[in-house]
Design a protein around this ligand. Structure first.
Ligand SMILES: Nc1ncnc2c1ncn2[C@@H]1O[C@H](COP(=O)(O)OP(=O)(O)OP(=O)(O)O)[C@@H](O)[C@H]1O
Length: 585
């Protein structure tokens, strides 16, 4: 939690005023029993009506001043807590943005969502309550005890025994529940994860008639969250009855001994009423304190989870050119003098989350303006290769170079501004077609956008829409077909006129003729980009300058279509599975 407190530093004034005004409220509250005792002992005992009225007015005044202080304190506490949560949310969001895909894969999306929403809300409630009560409650408890001592020492000894007893109960329960609240948040992550998966995969679940299984799975996970919450709730709920029993027993003893002392003329009836009042003030305050402790416990558990995300450091640093110069292969420097746009030198990749090797010893050189096909079976490592060019993942061995420089030496902006990436899954955002395409280049003109749409074979369908570039794309592009989404994502990458264009299986929803037209238009672009076409379709890359054939994370062959067809067994298998020999001949 201490690490997170920096986000409160702009609210120093609020953090001082909120508890101070609450203390002021408490101070006025502590006078109330004394005034009541005076009403009984002086006003009622002497039938002094004006005195009673005067004292009642004092009580009203104390209430009004107390209420004003309380409202002022609430204002300052709420301002500090909401400001703290906003800053924390921003910082966490920023931090998550800075993490590489490796770290994001390891942590998991659903837990990050719970941390940035529910965990931060819980921490905000904690801060709010602490600011209001952390001084007030102990102040009232000890203040009431001191007041009791000023009234009668013998009676006050009952307070001395009661308060530590209550503290043991409250803190004991807190110690037990603290780790359990952490478990509750973890189970909440699971429920969120399943909900996410179910909502995003709703169509698949229905298509495979898996609703009953999924419902059962959800119910089981939800049930474990509920039972854990009930269990923690039951333990926390013990706080109130146990504290009430102790306080009521103490009040009983107080009345008993007080009555004897009143009989003996040692103290007045008003004093006994004041003592009972102080005892109930302590009760109310201790219950508030217990609730405060429960909220703090939850807030601390959540704060630890937030801190854990802050502790994850991005494994992707920007290296000094010299640092990356040696890659373990003699003769291979970190920069190359050749005119290769993209070069892989003995590259290995193992994903953090699995630790298994996805790519090994990948080496190739792509020259400016070339078209490169990457082909291979499912899971052979095609996407992994291209994901390393914009540094979505870092090589665990060897070097990836862009324009002769190790990608690790580039600032991310500089590297990624060179690359237009079209991912396997076409993702668009809620907004107009124009707004979506401006992601590629924020100051692109309509003419540039139209040009990109033409190359990506999207112009025709966009022109058919009444609103054209102002057509509203729904969240995730759900009001567009798969092929339309793919074409728009290609246009989005093209609008920035990248030096390197990566099409990661991004023409899979296009028919063969559109796919061919797309490739032709890209090749015909003035200053055409160096293009990577990742696909399982041999037809998509037959014209490529180089085809890289991958097999189980290794290079099975590199060359032009004709060469590979002659000497690469894996390529032959792929090609003839799509163009049977008798048809091909
Ligand atoms: N983020 C990841 N975390 C862990 N393992 C991964 C990750 N991405 C890919 N892999 C693994 O790396 C291997 C190569 O995957 P990759 O996606 O590169 O294959 P691909 O050839 O593009 O497959 P496809 O044609 O099915 O898209 C697979 O075994 C896959 O399970």
């Amino acid at each position: 939690m201490s690490r997170l407190l920096v986000y409160l530093k702009d609210y120093k004034k609020e953090c001082i005023f909120a508890p101070l005004f609450k203390m002021l409220e408490a101070l006025f509250e502590l006078f109330v029993p004394l005034v009541m005792a005076a009403v009984i002992d002086t006003g009622i005992a002497n039938s002094d009506k004006p005195y009673i009225i005067k004292m009642c007015l004092v009580l009203v005044l104390l209430a009004v001043v107390g209420l004003t202080s309380s409202i002022t304190a609430q204002f300052f506490a709420a301002k500090a807590a909401t400001g703290f949560a906003t800053k924390l949310r921003h910082a966490l969001f920023e931090h998550i943005q800075g993490l590489s895909f490796s770290e994001l894969d390891t942590v998991g999306t659903s837990t990050l969502i719970t941390r940035i929403t529910s965990d931060i809300n819980q921490t905000q409630s904690g801060v709010n309550m602490v600011l209001r009560l952390f001084l007030r409650s102990p102040f009232i408890v000890f203040g009431a005890m001191v007041m009791a001592f000023t009234i009668n020492v013998k009676a006050a000894l009952i307070f001395v025994v009661t308060i530590p007893l209550l503290s043991i109960v409250v803190f004991g329960i807190m110690k037990i529940t603290m780790p359990l609240y952490k478990k509750v948040q973890g189970l909440l992550d699971n429920v969120l994860g399943i909900t996410r998966e179910n909502l995003t995969g709703a169509r698949v679940i229905r298509a495979f008639n898996k609703e009953a299984d999924e419902r059962k799975h959800f119910e089981e996970t939800n049930e474990s969250l509920t039972s854990m919450q009930k269990f923690v709730g039951k333990i926390s709920a013990l706080t109130n009855p146990v504290t009430y029993v102790i306080i009521n027993a103490a009040t009983l003893v107080l009345l008993w001994t007080g009555a004897i002392q009143v009989d003996g003329g040692i103290i007045t009836q008003g004093a006994v009423v004041a003592l009972v009042n102080y005892m109930s003030q302590i009760l109310v305050e201790l219950i508030k304190l217990a609730n405060l402790i429960i909220t703090i416990t939850k807030a601390l558990a959540c704060a630890n989870r937030i801190e854990a995300v802050f502790e994850i450091k991005s494994s992707q640093e920007i290296a000094e050119p010299a640092e990356s110069a040696y890659d373990g292969h003699p003769g291979n420097a970190g920069s190359s003098s050749s005119d290769a746009v993209v070069e892989f030198r003995h590259v290995d990749l193992a994903y953090n989350s699995t630790g298994e090797s996805a790519l090994s010893d990948i080496s190739f050189k792509i020259l400016h303006g070339q078209t490169v096909g990457i082909i291979g079976g499912t899971g052979s490592g095609k996407s992994s290769v291209v994901n390393m060019i914009p540094r979505f993942y870092d090589a665990t061995g060897g070097t990836v170079l862009v324009d002769g420089r190790d990608v690790k030496t580039y600032e991310f902006d500089e590297l990624r501004s060179k690359i237009g990436m079209v991912l396997q899954k076409a993702i668009l955002f809620k907004g107009t077609i124009r707004e979506n395409l401006l992601w590629g280049k924020k100051d692109a003109t309509d003419a540039e956008i139209m040009d990109a749409l033409k190359i990506s074979q999207a112009l025709e369908f966009v022109n058919k829409k009444e609103e054209k570039l102002d057509y509203m794309v729904e969240q995730g592009g759900r009001n567009l077909s798969g092929g339309q989404k793919q074409r728009l994502t290609i246009a989005r990458a093209l609008v920035k006129r990248p030096e390197i264009l990566i099409l990661d299986d991004s023409a899979s929803a296009l028919d063969f003729a559109t796919d061919a037209a797309l490739r032709q238009s890209i090749a015909a672009m003035p200053d055409a980009p160096t293009t990577f076409i990742v696909s399982q379709r041999a037809a998509s890359m037959m014209q490529a300058d180089q085809i890289i054939v991958l097999d189980d994370g290794h290079i099975a062959g590199i060359g032009r279509h004709e060469e590979l067809l002659e000497n690469c067994h894996v390529y032959q298998e792929i090609y003839y599975s799509q163009f049977p020999k008798e048809v091909a001949e």
